[in-house]
Design a protein around this ligand. Structure first.
Ligand SMILES: [Zn+2]
Length: 575
């Protein structure tokens, strides 16, 4: 019997893919499978958290997991991978991220490394030179907390450097954007613009030169800052991406995910158009990443998804409603019970009235959708925990397995923690946020509130479950950054030396489960993925570091050597 020749890329000296092109007669009693991986240290993340050596895969699923000898004795395959004692994990599941934004960003100017606003301008000028045809200059990632002085920028320098082309720059948290005058004009944004709910336009506070513009009318000049939903006033006026560009964005994002070992993503803001595009890309096999979709409840999306109900294919699952309770701490938008410690007049704000939220929740919950809400401030968390309890605490729902989630759960008042337990609410958090915010957040929150901020262990202990994500592209896609942040509570340089609020660090086992099986559970998908067990999708990654054992200092540098989805190799490291 002749088997088709397989063309496989060889992985330098580290790996040899052994091709058994002819099955000898002695093998004929063996069961034929599509792929065998052996001689590995496999963290299966099964119920016993067992460590194995080998597995066999057929039709995109794990068939059996066990010792190398046993698997090689029982199965045969044209594709056998000797992992040479390297480490295998289930494919990483990022519970909360933004695929499309990541894809778009790959085409935009990254100003996140700028140490001052004039550096931002320099980066944009270089970007302009490299991309002379772009109708808008779009950039992202500025963070005034990295500058000295740490003040919010306004548009004057942008106007000087770019008088003729619209510039649009999102802050690191995506909750504030800075635009130049050309962008304001093109998007017809002025003091009379009809403001979407929850949005604000920045104005010059002192009545200096720039503020005089509309003084007679009692209006202050716009300073170019767009807060929260006011950002939409600009984005709506940008030329829309073509379908080709959107596909390229998704494929670009998928590539970065696979390089980082991420095989599934919880997309935390999905629209109908994107959902249909993802579905068609999956069908034509131009996209392989699995996506759990949380629906953005615009009118159009409500019509579409409420009519269809939850939708599930092997790779795409529309299962949740996504709500935003509030903004972020970085932009003073998170809704707090007490004023910000470094700005006595600011409390942040909720985006909608409680009654509006209640109605949306009811509509989607009646159709079987999970409810996942972005809550950062302690007031936002309280309002939503209480709102959830109205639904989850009823006689009818009390014993149902509804798994509603709070996304971020960043500052939770100690009186509210036990509500997670009582109503079996899943905290879905991003450990790298704690590390990114660590340098300035104590000033913003004060000592007392800090005690229950980024409190992942406390949250985990409510129901012994927690899901981890990155919120990429706000943070890096690298899941080992998440892992390191969760267990060592340090940045990439190992600071602070003793970790940031170590009482809220979690164990390595908890961290790995939060990125695999619990992230699957948080999307009602734990029966098909999240661990290496017979019958589950063969999504797994081969890495060069034993993350369960190695020193904290090198966790973040873990390299993904190979990534597999459905037993197919979708990424192999170049080095
Ligand atoms: Zn998000």
């Amino acid at each position: 019997m002749k088997l088709p020749l397989l063309r496989l890329s060889f992985f330098s000296n580290f790996f040899v893919l052994v091709l058994i092109l002819f099955m000898s007669s002695s093998c004929s009693s063996k069961e034929v499978v599509d792929l065998i991986v052996h001689n590995a240290k496999v963290y299966t993340v099964d119920t016993d958290f067992s460590i194995q050596e080998a597995f066999a895969i057929r039709d995109g699923k794990f068939v059996e997991i066990g010792k190398s000898n046993a698997i090689l004795a029982k199965y045969t395959s044209a594709r056998v991978v000797d992992a040479q004692k390297k480490y295998i994990l289930p494919g990483i599941i990022d519970a909360h991220a933004h695929l499309y934004w990541l894809g778009q960003k790959l085409e935009e100017a990254d100003v996140s490394k700028a140490k001052s606003f004039s550096e931002v301008i320099t980066i944009l000028q270089q970007y302009r030179e490299a991309n002379p045809d772009k109708k808008w200059i779009k950039g992202y990632g500025w963070n005034q907390n990295n500058w000295n002085p740490a003040t919010l920028p306004t548009k004057e320098l942008l106007d000087e450097a770019f008088p003729d082309v619209p510039v649009f720059l999102k802050r690191i948290d995506e909750h504030v954007a800075l635009v130049n005058q050309k962008a304001l004009s093109e998007a017809r944004i002025n003091q009379y613009s009809k403001m979407p709910k929850g949005g604000t336009l920045g104005v010059y506070e002192n009545e200096g030169e720039k503020g005089k513009l509309n003084k007679e009318k009692g209006l202050k000049g716009l300073n170019g800052l767009l807060y929260e939903t006011a950002i939409n006033l600009a984005t709506e006026k940008m030329p829309p991406l073509t379908e080709e560009e959107m596909k390229r964005a998704f494929q670009g994002a998928e590539k970065v995910c696979f390089q980082n070992g991420v095989t599934s993503v919880g997309d935390a803001l999905m629209d109908k158009t994107m959902f249909e595009l993802l579905d068609s890309m999956h069908r034509e096999e131009s996209l392989k990443l699995r996506v759990y979709a949380m629906i953005n409840p615009t009118e159009e999306n409500q019509d579409y998804f409420l009519e269809k109900g939850t939708i599930k294919t092997e790779r795409l699952h529309a299962g949740a409603l996504k709500l935003f309770a509030d903004g972020t701490l970085g932009s003073y938008g998170a809704a707090m019970l007490e004023a910000y410690s470094d700005s006595a007049s600011m409390y942040g704000a909720m985006w909608r009235s409680t009654d509006e939220y209640r109605q949306l929740i009811k509509k989607f919950a009646d159709k079987g959708f999970q409810v996942n809400t972005h809550c950062i401030g302690d007031s936002a968390n309280r309002i939503f925990l209480d709102l959830y309890s109205e639904f989850l605490g009823t006689e009818e729902n009390k014993n149902k397995d509804l798994r509603w989630r709070i996304e971020h759960a960043q500052v939770v008042h100690s009186n509210d923690l036990e509500k997670f337990k009582k109503f079996k609410i899943i905290p879905s958090v991003q450990p790298t946020h704690a590390i990114s915010d660590m340098p300035w957040v104590e000033t913003r929150l004060g000592r007392v509130r800090m005690g229950h901020a980024y409190a992942y262990r406390e949250l985990y202990e409510q129901n012994n479950i927690i899901a981890f994500g990155t919120d990429f592209p706000i943070e890096s896609v690298n899941p080992f950054g998440t892992f390191h942040a969760a267990v060592a509570r340090q940045d990439g340089l190992g600071n602070p030396k003793d970790g940031f609020q170590m009482e809220n660090a979690v164990t390595r086992e908890v961290a790995l489960k939060a990125m695999t099986i619990w992230a699957a559970y948080a999307a009602f998908e734990e029966k098909e993925k999240g661990s290496i067990e017979a019958g589950k999708f063969a999504d797994f990654i081969l890495i060069d570091t034993d993350i369960m054992k190695t020193d904290n200092r090198i966790l973040r540098n873990t390299h993904v050597l190979q990534t597999y989805v459905n037993g197919q190799m979708v990424y192999i490291s170049e080095f």
